[in-house]
Ligand binder design. Sequence first.
Ligand code: ADP
Length: 328
Amino acid sequence: MIEIKNLTKDYGGHIAVDDISFVVNDCEILGFLGPNGAGKSTAMNIITGYLSATKGSVSVNGYDVLEQPIEVKQEIGYLPELPPLYLDMTVKEYLNFVFDLKKVKLPKGPHIEEICKLVGIKDVYHRLIKNLSKGYRQRVGIAQALIGNPKVIILDEPTVGLDPKQIIEIRNLVRMLGKNHTVILSSHILSEIQAVCDRVIIINKGKIVADDTPKNLSNNLSNDLSLSVVFEGEKEEIIKALKQVNGIKTIDFVKEKDGECEFNIEPRAGYDIRKQLFDTASLNNFAILKMSSNSLALEDIFLRLTDESYSAEAIKRSLKTKKDKEEK
Ligand code: ADP
């Protein structure tokens, strides 16, 4: 378990991490999400003991980062954004070197072999690291993080620069590691967090702006989101009738086909307009053929939480674009 209490990092007047607190439970995969400069790497570097905090405390499986730094480092396997690889070594030489450096007490040959099997680098074991693809280098970086047999794994942007196939492979690997490790993973590739993590912490300007499961975040924020409604009837008549509904903020026409008109309708904050829509349709004799809530993708949630200027209009536009893409 990792416990972070009131953590602050002040880089000489610039507050990079601002009084954040959270707990990561055993065998939880936590996604750390935020725009560039949000403070993710700073927080991760403090948790791993590479940076000192200005205020606050971090404990990893009961060891305090400041008071028991060696024990903390033994608990953690860390893959920084740029994997610390020696390009002129072979994978074998490098992993043996890391094993010795970390003074691991397990039987060397079998332990390294097991890790190579786990991360899928057995085929390249005798190759020079400089001749490996980015995906394989990343796996060697993960192998390096696993050498000390840590209970906690911290991965800073592990899929940056990888191709889609490599991304899927690394995601599968992270999921597998999460079965018996506590994992913190930072990313700005948001679908990754959705695909891999049990929980997501969104950080912006050094502060936590959300802490929840990807599913809850999406549900909570979509309460006041627009509805996609398909009516049977004449466009202008429908719009005229909808304008009488008190709880509607905006009516956005999407398309008309074979006498069916589709709209995105955004309610005013706090209004549930579904019943009113039904009553209005019934009163004016146009049937509702479909009504569904436009759920938010994590991308939209992220923009909502981290950018105050990101308007409802922009969210609606992005939903529309997404829908158009799906239809194509
Ligand atoms: P992220 O990993 O989310 O991109 P960082 O933790 O790297 O964010 O950076 C957070 C903020 O702290 C940024 O504004 C960055 O410019 C600043 N920062 C990072 N490292 C230093 C440093 N060594 N000295 C001064 N400012 C720094």
